[in-house]
Design a protein around this ligand. Structure first.
Ligand code: 13P
Length: 249
């Protein structure tokens, strides 16, 4: 009942020469059982649309909480939508860290994105210190409560669990640790939004997903896909991840 989602976050990588990768990923996506999304830099969304066609979804990596106005360098949800985005990633740990975004900021951005008709991928995750102090679930619970606006539906919300210490490090939590957090997130969604929405909302894992570990991660209960950084930049790496997800039960 939850369609799997393979999402690529290109972060601050990619110029026009990367459009060939979009085309190659779109080819895999067109035959895939899983939904496939690439969130390239905002500058590429409109041109990537030509290569993606209706085979591959495109998304943004952040948006402003206001609709428009004097915010030099920022981008609104409506602008992303206008460029061809259907999703936007919000509250990524790199935004939280580099730009001081807190849960309240993320919630405000999510409201703006939903207002503009975008779907939101809201990221949560603990630091290594928080995990080692056994605070992981408290941290995740707080981020979920603070970052997700009330108005979400199972169609408009995706939650991504990205342990900060696993991002770009080649380290991943054990499968049990991933399962524990995903089960916890599912429980919190059901408690807050009711079992219908809670059970139908997709929960992605992110952090050092690669072709070698994807299949076992996708075998964990309540893992409905992945938010992939480095391994989404090249079709040769992302394709086996999409295939592993499509093959997952
Ligand atoms: P990596 O897959 O490069 O670890 O990045 C994960 C991530 O931050 C996706 O949003």
């Amino acid at each position: 009942m939850r369609r799997k989602l393979a999402a690529g976050n290109w972060k601050m990588n990619g110029t026009a020469e990367a459009l060939g990768e979009i085309d190659a990923i779109a080819k895999t996506a067109s035959g895939a059982e899983a939904e496939v999304l690439i969130c390239p830099p905002a500058t590429l969304i409109a041109t990537a649309q030509g290569a993606a066609g209706d085979r591959l979804l495109l998304g943004g990596q952040d948006c402003h909480a206001e609709r428009s106005g004097a915010h030099t360098g920022d981008i609104s949800a409506a602008m992303l939508k206008d460029a061809g985005a259907t999703y936007v990633i919000l509250g990524h740990s790199e935004r939280r860290e580099d730009h001081g975004e807190d849960d309240e900021d993320v919630r405000a951005k999510a409201k703006a994105a939903l207002d503009a008709g975008l779907k939101v991928i809201i990221c949560v995750g603990e630091t290594l210190e928080e995990r080692e102090a056994s605070n992981t679930l408290d941290i995740i619970g707080g981020q979920l409560a603070g970052s997700i606006p009330d108005l979400v539906t199972a169609q408009s919300l995706v939650v991504a669990y990205e342990p900060i210490w696993a991002i770009g490090t080649g380290k991943t939590p054990t499968l049990d640790q991933i399962g524990e957090v995903h089960d916890f997130i599912r429980g919190r969604l059901e408690r807050r939004f009711g079992t219908g929405v809670g059970r139908s909302t997709r929960i992605l894992y992110g952090g050092s997903v690669n072709p070698g570990n994807a299949a076992e991660i996708f075998g964990v209960s309540n893992v409905d896909g992945a938010l992939v950084g480095g391994a989404s930049l090249k079709a040769v790496d992302f394709t086996p991840i999409i295939d592993a997800l499509s093959a997952a039960k």
